[in-house]
Every structure is written in structure tokens, then in C-alpha cells.
Ligand binder design. Sequence first.
Ligand SMILES: *Cc1c(COP(=O)(O)O)cnc(C)c1O
Length: 227
Amino acid sequence: MSVAENIKNVRERINAACLRAGRDPKEVTLISVSKTKPVSMLMEAYEAGERDYGENKVQEITEKRPQIPEDAKFHMIGHLQTNKVGQVIDKVVLIHSCDSVHLAEKIEKEAAKRDMIANVLLEVNVAREESKFGMFLEDVIPNLKEIQAFPHVCVKGMMTIAPNVENAEENRKYFKELYQLYVDIKNKNIDNGTMSVLSMGMTGDFEVAVEEGATMIRVGTGIFGSR
Ligand SMILES: *Cc1c(COP(=O)(O)O)cnc(C)c1O
């Protein structure tokens, strides 16, 4: 199947999941995860109408960004080392992988230098997997409060990478837990009104994530094929 056909298929499945959950598909942003894929394939997605790209390496973002039309948006979804923040901060619309106060502090410094505000998501390791980055659920609110003191960092929401499972239903509980925290934070107004994004769901489990309230899903294999 072509990239365009894959996108059509993914979009249909998003729409069906939204219908099941009583949600408006406009609430869900599809991020085409183009890591390791050539610019020609990113352009196929562009021609099919997609504008949001997810990459996990700073170097790939700096190489691809100038080769894709200006109205495309890049998202940093991979682990970000503090020494690379300066290279990527002004090339992405959102950093999904802010996994510590320490990293947020570095983002603050680099954003201040450029007189800009950096949009971030707090990465949460909901399933507490040792192999994964991200803060634990119980650390989100204390960390959020610290990060809110940084004037050049805006916390737009949260992101999680669920476990790699055979049956997507196994991840439903993690998506529910993160959604619950998201709602709690908003209800208590801990976020000062800045939170509106829940980035969760990948090729294997995006329909379940959409049913559980995802506002951004990150689909790689399902669009561009295996890596
Ligand atoms: C690679 C990657 C994805 C996409 O994974 P697929 O299973 O190929 O859809 C999503 N999120 C993150 C953080 C990734 O690194």
C-alpha cells in the first residue's frame, strides 16, 4: 500500500474510533512519525494533506526541516539530551518528551536566549517500564508546579508511550490513567489553563487511545511501513 492509502486507512480508523467514543475527529491530530524515512516519503504524506511529522532524533529534524514546506510542523517525540536542546528548540512546534524538571530548565534557558516560548508535553511512564523514559504519574503534579515557574516553557499537556503488547486492549488501562490525571489537573486548575494535549497511541494501539481521550496520536509503521 502507498503512503496515501495508508493515511486514508488510518484516518478512517480514527473516525470510526471517534464515532464509537462520541468524539469529534477534529479533536484528534494525526502525527505522521517519519523517523528513518526519506524526505520523498514525508512529501507523499504532505501531498496527501498531512502537516504534522514526528521525529525522534535531533539530527533528522535539522536535516529534514528545511526540505519540507514551511507550513509543515515537526514534533520532537524522542528522548532529548540537554546538550541538544539548542539545536532543535526553534525547529519544532512541540517537544513531547519533556521527562524531567532538569530538561525543562535547559529548555527554559535556550528558549529565553531566543526570546521564544517552547511548548512541551510532560512524558509520563504510566506503566512504570524500566526501559522507558518519562516521569511516574505521582510525580507529574509536583514537576508541573516547578516547570510552571519557567516563563519560556509552556506545558501543553502530557505524552505517554504505552508498552509494546500483542493486544491493544492491554494498554487501555494506561490510557485511562493518564486521561484521569489530565482531567484532574484541569479540574483543579493546576495547569493555569495551558493543558489541552494528550499525546498517546501508536500504530498498534491508536484506536484504543482515541477512545480513551487522546488528542494527538503518533503513527509511524501504519503510514510509512516497517523500519
Ligand atoms: C517510533 C515512535 C512512534 C511510532 O511508532 P509506530 O509503532 O511505528 O507507530 C510513536 N511514538 C514514539 C515516541 C516513537 O518513538
